[in-house]
Design a protein around this ligand. Structure first.
Ligand SMILES: [Zn+2]
Length: 236
């Protein structure tokens, strides 16, 4: 008998669901209503040009199981905060330069700190789903604790910037996870992946305690660092 799947956040056995790799609201903004008449084409390592006729398609989701209650009630404020920030950044980026700052107060005042924490927690959910899906050797407990207790994950950082392109086309989707391991050991020191939402790319980084001091993370945003984001150029 196969092991019963459990929600990686609250350990419940269900009913279980899956999280969209790119938020459905973002896909809707970019592609409108997707149907047999207006399909989307999904590319991944397995296959190119997979025809998608509904935004509910499981191929648009990460495989890590989370229960319906965690995916709706518990994390709804996180999802909503990301929908707002994503829209605001995509609108604003064409008028910005690399290195410029974008203040969370533009979107969330007067509740900026809490709503920016919710954005961080949205990416904690998505990262946790990828870890659970791919069986990556990164401890899920700080991700779990962050979501259950509404606190920041100490090693989860975000960068926001101009979109990566995929063969000249704007990238919409999530990249593979790039891992930095200790030589000769399986210990993961850092892990990075990108989420592309057309002209906006988000770089998501997990760093262990030692790596959290690294210079490469100096520009990254973490809830402990306030509510202002430094825009990075990922198009080069
Ligand atoms: Zn759950």
């Amino acid at each position: 008998m196969s092991k019963r799947e459990r929600c990686w956040i609250c350990d419940s056995t269900g009913p279980l669901s899956k999280e969209h790799r790119v938020k459905r609201s973002d896909l809707q903004d970019l592609f409108g209503n997707v149907s047999a008449e207006h399909p989307l084409y999904l590319h991944n390592d397995a296959r190119r040009n997979q025809r998608i006729i509904s935004l509910k398609n499981d191929r648009l989701k990460s495989g890590g199981p989370i229960c319906i209650s965690c995916n709706s009630t518990r994390t709804q404020p996180h999802d909503e905060a990301w929908t707002k920030l994503s829209r605001a950044l995509r609108r604003r980026l064409p008028y910005m330069k690399a290195g410029q700052r974008f203040s969370g107060t533009n979107v969330f005042a007067p509740d900026t700190r809490r709503q920016m924490l919710n954005v961080h927690l949205y990416f904690a959910k998505l990262f946790g789903c990828h870890i659970a899906d791919l069986n990556v050797a990164i401890d899920l407990s700080p991700f779990r604790r962050a979501i259950l207790d509404s606190v920041a994950h100490p090693g989860l950082y975000l960068n926001f910037g101009f979109g990566l392109t995929d063969g000249g086309e704007p990238h919409v989707g999530t990249s593979d996870i790039e891992l930095v391991t200790k030589s000769g050991a399986n210990t993961i020191l850092a892990a990075t992946w990108f989420q592309g939402v057309a002209n906006l790319s988000v770089r998501v980084t997990f760093a262990d305690a030692e790596r959290q001091r690294l210079k490469s993370l100096a520009d990254a945003w973490h809830p402990d660092r306030g509510t202002s984001l430094r825009i990075v150029d990922y198009t080069r």
